[in-house]
Design a protein around this ligand. Structure first.
Ligand SMILES: *[C@@H]1O[C@H](CO)[C@@H](O)[C@H](O)[C@H]1NC(C)=O
Ligand SMILES: *[C@@H]1O[C@H](CO)[C@@H](O)[C@H](O)[C@H]1NC(C)=O
Ligand SMILES: *[C@@H]1O[C@H](CO)[C@@H](O)[C@H](O)[C@H]1NC(C)=O
Ligand SMILES: *[C@@H]1O[C@H](CO)[C@@H](O)[C@H](O)[C@H]1NC(C)=O
Ligand SMILES: *[C@@H]1O[C@H](CO)[C@@H](O)[C@H](O)[C@H]1NC(C)=O
Ligand SMILES: *[C@@H]1O[C@H](CO)[C@@H](O)[C@H](O)[C@H]1NC(C)=O
Ligand SMILES: *[C@@H]1O[C@H](CO)[C@@H](O)[C@H](O)[C@H]1NC(C)=O
Ligand SMILES: CC(=O)N[C@H]1CO[C@H](CO)[C@@H](O)[C@@H]1O
Length: 475
């Protein structure tokens, strides 16, 4: 037998060394990969294996670390006594109305739509004790069900009556995969390290991304989505509003439902689900379980709904807008659809939004409807043909916007990164039928101030009626 020469031995040792270096490099670069394996909820192992310290101080890091271990060990429907969104957080600091995941907001994020801190006490029933704290006074974190933790970024803004309060946290890789690769509902916890002795999260939420179901319109691949303001039993005006906007190029509608006492909305939704699956979605926007009353009586958390719509549907919409059911976006000849208008007028220019001043359609006589105006069997665009001479150019604008360019929104002004376009009144208009559901007067609507304008009625009434007939006829 030949003994291995020392030269060969050296070679073997060298090989082992190289192999070891490669292997440790492999393990090292795959550390996060191994960590996710070790952290799968089924094994409930300690997130410490893949723990990437988060938190500003050591105490905070330890607190978060411990909380993430607790969270990773909870089964999906644990009786954890942690309030679920919509809710007031367990520490009473935050009132969260909704949460949704999106890829348009800072890459991939989870956004909590919350009530503005100074409004919390006003909107909650008196017997519920809360301790509103502005979110920038708090240290907040998202903990996902695998124990991964990301920091929360906060955004509070006051703009006249419109107040915006948003919390964004990046999605961990785990959460991202669950939502978009695996089509799963994720469970996320909001944890606060503001109070040192709080050992468990302050609220939780279940989040799913909507099924992408936008059917593109004829003229373009771009998708145009309209959300309604929170509806208050106004569903009887809904079908004509949807059918009109379908004709002018919108391909997705989101209904913010608050009350439906006569089940009218349910009937409408069933009809659409059968005839045009995926065209109309409903978002439940009723917080009666929390007993909330908005600070503004005639609005029911509309600014919050506006942001919910942005975050929930921004990913799948090239253009997005929120309108009331008495508002109609009307492209004027030669433009047949909003898509034609945008493509032909703006060409390859990338714009951030199209802002529209209201053109008030009112009564001929402000103190009474004429019999024709009174006939609700007629379409809204058919009933009203008298309008203010000019567009109302001080406030009350509505807009269509490109979701990816939006920081935050308000009802009548939006703040965005890119150019706001104010189209010519010859190209496109926002017909605002202010007296649709009750007598109302607006600037320019006084006696002898209005002009007759039958343009919209003549162009659209028959087509909208045909579209409604097609919808009603099941085949
Ligand atoms: C995602 O899951 C929902 C049910 O939760 C299902 O209706 C839908 O078809 C799924 N989508 C895909 C792309 O698998
Ligand atoms: C698409 O175009 C066809 C044929 O031009 C027309 O019959 C149909 O109504 C159009 N659909 C929509 C949604 O505009
Ligand atoms: C929420 O729903 C309840 C029950 O249907 C209803 O009584 C209440 O008025 C609704 N709230 C709003 C703001 O519409
Ligand atoms: C609308 O909201 C009301 C009150 O919360 C609820 O009773 C009704 O079922 C909802 N309708 C639809 C179509 O979701
Ligand atoms: C407006 O309607 C009221 C109530 O019907 C009537 O008294 C009044 O004369 C009308 N005004 C005009 C200018 O037609
Ligand atoms: C309008 O309609 C209501 C009921 O639908 C009726 O009571 C009223 O007299 C009508 N007014 C006019 C001016 O036709
Ligand atoms: C209404 O307008 C016309 C023409 O501008 C004018 O002649 C008439 O006096 C006005 N009537 C009233 C009541 O203001
Ligand atoms: C750098 C490296 O070795 N990456 C590996 C990490 O693990 C995955 C899955 O086993 C491999 O495909 C990568 O090559």
């Amino acid at each position: 037998m030949r003994r291995p020469s020392s030269k060969n031995l050296m070679l073997v040792i060298l090989c082992i060394l190289i192999l070891f270096t490669l292997l440790s490099g492999y393990i090292y670069t795959n550390y996060t990969f191994l960590a996710t394996i070790l952290n799968t909820p089924t094994s409930y192992s300690s997130p410490a294996d893949g723990w990437k310290p988060v938190g500003h101080t050591l105490d905070e890091q330890n607190l978060l670390h411990d909380m993430s271990i607790v969270v990773a060990a909870w089964p999906e429907y644990a009786e954890d006594n942690i309030p679920t969104v919509p809710c007031l957080s367990a520490d009473g600091h935050l009132l969260v109305l909704s949460v949704a995941a999106s890829r348009i907001r800072y890459g991939v994020s989870l956004t909590f739509v919350t009530v503005y801190p100074t409004d919390i006490k006003t909107v909650l029933p008196k017997h519920i004790s809360s301790h509103p704290l502005s979110s920038n006074q708090q240290s907040l974190w998202c903990i996902f069900s695998d124990g991964s933790v990301t920091p929360v970024y906060t955004y509070d803004l006051k703009y006249g009556n419109d107040r915006v309060s948003l919390l964004d946290c990046p999605l961990s890789q785990f959460a991202n995969d669950q939502l978009w690769k695996l089509n799963q509902t994720i469970r996320v916890y909001l944890a606060s390290t503001t109070t040192k002795d709080r050992q468990i999260p302050i609220l939780k939420a279940f989040v799913k991304v909507p099924v992408v179901s936008i059917t593109s319109s004829n003229s373009s691949q771009e998708s145009f989505t309209l959300c309604t303001s929170p509806l208050h039993n106004k569903a009887n005006y809904l079908v004509q509003w949807i059918e009109f906007h379908r004709l002018v190029g919108f391909s997705k509608f989101i209904i913010y439902n608050t009350t439906d006492t006569d089940n009218y909305l349910s009937t409408v939704i069933n009809m659409y689900t059968q005839k045009y699956p995926g065209l109309v979605d409903v978002v439940q926007w009723n917080f009666s379980t929390l007993g909330l009353v908005d600070t503004l009586i005639d609005r029911y958390f509309q600014v919050e709904a506006l942001h919910d719509c942005l975050i929930r549907y921004g990913d799948q919409s090239e253009w997005l807008g929120m309108l009331d059911l008495d508002e109609y976006i009307v492209p004027l000849p030669p433009y047949e659809t909003i898509v034609d208008y945008i493509h032909e007028y703006f060409g390859r220019r990338i714009i951030g939004s199209i802002n529209l001043w209201s053109q008030f359609f009112c009564n001929k006589n402000t103190s009474a409807y004429t019999p024709e105006e009174n006939d609700t069997n007629c379409l809204t665009i058919e009933r009203f043909t008298f309008r203010a001479r000019n567009r109302h150019k001080s406030g009350r604008e509505k807009y269509l916007y490109r979701p990816r360019f939006v920081q935050y929104l308000s009802i009548h002004h939006q703040i965005i990164g890119l150019s706001k376009e104010h189209p010519s009144e010859k190209h496109i208009t926002l017909a605002h039928y202010v007296s649709m559901s009750s007598l109302r007067t607006m600037p320019g609507c006084g006696f002898n101030e209005t002009v007759e304008d039958t343009g919209i009625r003549n162009r659209f009434v028959n087509r909208v009626k045909d579209a409604i007939a097609t919808l009603m006829n099941k085949h």
